[in-house]
Unconditional design. Structure first.
Lengths: 323, 252, 294
């Protein structure tokens, strides 16, 4: 148990030190890694912990981004105040749409979340008067104290993402978090121990959407604008990629996956426009050759670095993970 | 209802069919509190379906299930479990990726209504009662084993532990000793018997093992092709000709 | 709004529905038989359109070039699909749902960029033969004469597929595999070969649809991202693995798009997703599917 927080501490220290060493371009990349890392970690609450694949999680990320953007641009609400409001609006939408999603499982869950994601996308895309349609919203400027330089916004993001990650960690280790693992492993048995499975799944769906909304809220001011593409199914694929790359069976997997994915994207796009092709090849290789993701690989080679038996273990009973 | 009513379960006119195939036809059944009763019958007689209807796994086509005087026929599964009916499945139905300890703790936390708690680390909760139940069911040596790789017999013990964790009034055991060694079978049934004696737990089980049936049940009911054809003490059923013809055959 | 323009709108919805049917039929068949949701399906459809352009371009001086390039596009796409199945899909049948989705999604990304690398970013235009340049009038409603061909070709494929599934031995095997793979395997029929041929057939249909689509307008990059989602909607509405369902679903989506664009253009896609979501919630297995596997 001594090593429980070892890896997380190293990551955090790296995150504090790196922006002082690397050029400004990479500070922007680091900011992006953190924001998308929180997005991917929130996705993994549904995927890794609850065992359902959502292909529409970007909808809540986008709703968070638009809530912040609209409040800042149209109502001059201070950025800090928009963050909780973004979580709230993403959570409310998730309560409405998730109510239907949690009735389904497996492929049907994936398709319904995707259909709802596209619904949100087309509403934002077509509602010119309110959302700016395909032009998006411009001029989302972070407050003065975060300045024009890259570092202040980076550290602000680091604080918010760290708080978000700690909150998600606490939830995942709570009885509620273990109930999610129980539902993932065996939803039927969970009903027979007296748990209203659909209601719990809905709650988790809402929680995951709230943190996706928080991540989205950080994106708008970082990028100075938001666009409808943030909500569509292609964008919903990103947390899936990240989580699978980093390792869906460990809490920090999605964040590590975000670091790998975003770093690769920043590097590759600097010399070729064919990032989709490169990323496609990488994902195929990851799925075929290292199904536990990067952290799964580390866990295999250097088991002393990772905590074992935390209920996100690699055996799924049918031995399918043990290839 | 009054508390002195000794009937814990009363089933009337229960029927279920899948498509054209009638699995249960007009079953009437009642069970006294603190009874140990068995449902026997050949494979496909409808025993598991009978359990499925009581626990809400399937909805009945017609008929009612009264538990402690309340009609639970159309209740959802989790509500029936909360009302005090626990169930151990024939094919072990556990959490394969959680450890044995975490499996049992999960069921205990559900019983204690702590599962909506999102702040407290689960690792510190319900330690004593979890260990107690692991001890009781003989799973303590395997507490940190991932449940998916437990032996068949240990999985069945865990299955029983999950059912017991709900602190039930009535326990339904679907072939509780299938896949167990004869020693494990004996231990398990003795445990069930002890719980019955100590806390007055009502037990209803199905079983193929004749020695278990006649060794532990105080009331037997014979189900044949979805119809309840005989009922009584083991002695009475043993002497019942129809029951003999349909099921017991030359075994007795 | 008079009857004639309503009829025109109906015919254009029918045309688009036909294209959707050709794309979705393969998608539905592949999912029905092997439980794989093929994200790359529309990329292969687009590839079919580009193949058709290339074939037409190579044979331009011949009068049959226009017609021949359409089935050739189907065969060329089928070859790519066959390769994809043998090299990649074969490895993931027993994998988790998310791994299967990620693989086909990645193939879609790779194919889209491959198209860009092969055919470049400029739009491609196939020049139609003389006889297809003037509109025809049906009950006074003007209709692009090529649309007639699209609708007839779609009807022919639908009838052909129906005949195949109903009257041929392989059709019966495919239908049985939709119902239960285990059962078909138990009968001693080699499932891996069935998978390969069903997948290849599905991709042939997509490529053929791409070939038919090509002369409708110009061929542009990124056309596939809109149609893959619409094809998913068709399959969900009709039910995975049901040919009849796919046909009905395609016509519903085609006509709904065609008519809402008339009355409420912003809401067209929103309405499609509302219908799809409603079907998923009420009947996850679709209008014509059977509730079995999840």
């Amino acid at each position: 148990m001594k090593n429980k927080y070892f890896f997380a501490t190293i990551l955090f220290m790296l995150a504090v030190v790196l922006p002082f060493i690397v050029p400004v371009f990479w500070v922007h990349v680091l900011t992006e890694i953190l924001i998308l890392g929180l997005f991917a970690a929130s996705f993994n609450m549904i995927f890794g912990y609850m065992g359902q694949l959502t292909f529409g999680h970007a909808a809540y990320y986008g709703i968070g981004a638009y809530t912040t953007g609209l409040l800042m641009v149209k109502a001059n609400v201070p950025m800090l105040a928009t963050l909780p409001l973004s979580m709230l609006s993403a959570g409310l939408c998730a309560a409405l749409l998730g109510y239907f999603c949690v009735k389904l499982r497996g492929i049907y869950f994936a398709i319904l979340t995707m259909a709802f994601g596209q619904l949100v996308y087309y509403i934002i895309f077509q509602w010119y008067s309110f959302t700016g349609g395909d032009n998006g919203l411009q001029g989302i400027v972070p407050p003065e104290f975060l300045g024009k330089a890259a570092n202040p916004y980076y550290f602000f993001t680091l604080i918010v993402v760290t708080i978000g990650m700690i909150a998600l960690w606490i939830i995942s280790e709570s009885p509620f978090g273990y109930t999610m693992r129980a539902i993932r492993d065996n939803a039927e048995r969970t009903e027979f121990i007296g748990i209203n499975v659909q209601r719990y799944m809905l709650l988790n769906f809402i929680i995951a959407a709230m943190f996706a909304g928080l991540a989205g809220a950080l994106w708008g001011p970082f990028n100075r604008s938001v666009a409808p593409d943030l909500t569509n199914w292609m964008h919903s694929g990103i947390p899936v990629f990240m989580t699978v790359m980093g390792g869906p069976f460990s809490f920090l997997g999605p964040l590590v996956g975000s670091a790998i994915y975003t770093f690769l994207m920043a590097t590759v796009t600097s010399f070729t426009e064919y990032w989709p092709l490169v990323s496609g090849v990488i994902i195929i290789l990851v799925v075929l050759l290292m199904p536990g993701g990067f952290l799964g690989l580390i866990d295999e080679k250097f088991p002393f670095l990772m905590r074992r038996g935390n209920g996100t273990g690699k055996t799924d009973g049918q031995g399918r993970q043990e290839r | 209802m009054n508390d002195t009513d000794p009937t814990i379960l009363k089933i009337s006119g229960l029927s279920k069919s899948f498509g054209k195939y009638a699995v249960l036809t007009d079953v009437n059944y009642s069970l006294q509190k603190a009874e140990i009763a068995a449902i026997i019958g050949p494979n496909g007689a409808g025993k598991t379906t009978f359990f499925n209807l009581i626990t809400g796994y399937h909805n009945a086509d017609s008929g009612t299930v009264l538990f402690q005087g309340r009609a639970i026929t159309d209740w959802p599964r989790h509500r029936i479990a909360r009302a005090g009916i626990s169930r151990a499945f024939q094919v072990s139905n556990i959490y394969p990726r959680l450890t044995t300890y975490e499996n049992v703790r999960q069921a205990i936390l559900a019983q204690k209504k702590r599962t909506l708690d999102i702040f407290t680390p689960a690792s510190g909760l319900a330690r004593e009662s979890t260990l107690e139940l692991l001890e009781l069911t003989g799973l303590l040596p395997n507490r940190d084993t991932v449940a998916g790789i437990l032996s068949q017999g240990d999985k069945k013990k865990l299955e029983l532990a999950l059912a017991l964790a709900g602190k039930p009034e009535m326990l339904l055991l679907d072939e509780p000793t299938a896949g167990m060694s004869s020693e494990e079978t004996h231990e398990t049934m003795e445990l069930v018997k002890r719980l019955n004696a100590q806390i007055g737990l009502t037990i209803l089980f199905t079983e193929h093992d004749i020695s278990v049936i006649f060794g532990y049940a105080r009331k037997l009911s014979v189900l044949y092709q979805g119809i309840l054809i005989a009922e009584g003490t083991p002695e009475e059923v043993r002497r019942n000709e129809e029951a003999q013809r349909c099921y017991l055959g030359e075994d007795i | 709004m008079d009857i004639t323009s309503l009829f025109t709108q109906f015919l254009s919805g029918l045309t688009y529905g036909t294209i959707l049917f050709l794309v979705a039929a393969g998608l539905s068949l592949i999912f029905g038989v092997m439980n794989i949701l093929n994200f790359a399906h529309a990329a292969l459809w687009l590839m079919g359109a580009y193949f058709s352009y290339t074939f037409w371009n190579l044979m331009q001086e011949h009068s049959f070039a226009f017609w021949l390039s359409i089935p050739l596009a189907g065969f060329a796409a089928a070859a790519v699909g066959w390769l994809m199945e043998v090299v990649l899909i074969k490895r993931i049948y027993k994998r988790e749902l998310y791994e299967q989705l990620l693989i086909t999604y990645s193939v879609a990304l790779i194919l889209s960029d491959t198209i860009k690398l092969t055919w470049g970013v400029t739009n491609k235009l196939i020049v139609r033969p003389e006889m297809l340049r003037k509109p025809v009038f049906i009950f006074g409603a003007p209709l692009d004469s090529y649309f007639i061909f699209v609708i007839l070709a779609g009807a022919a494929v639908a009838i052909g597929l129906w005949w195949f599934l109903k009257y041929t031995r392989y059709g019966h095997i495919v239908k049985a595999a939709v119902y239960s793979r285990e059962m078909v395997g138990a009968l001693g029929i080699p499932i891996p070969q069935i998978d390969t041929w069903v997948f290849t057939l599905g991709i042939f249909l997509a490529g053929f649809a791409g070939g038919i689509q090509a002369p409708i307008g110009s061929i542009t990059l990124g056309m596939d991202t809109a149609i893959i989602i619409q094809a998913f909607c068709v399959v969900v509405i009709g039910g995975f693995g049901s040919l009849m369902g796919t046909l009905v679903g395609s016509l519903i989506v085609g006509e709904v798009l065609s008519f809402t664009i008339l009355f409420w253009p912003e809401g067209a896609m929103v309405l499609i997703f509302v219908i799809t979501a409603a079907i998923l919630i009420v009947r996850p297995w679709g209008l014509f599917g059977t509730p079995m596997r999840t």
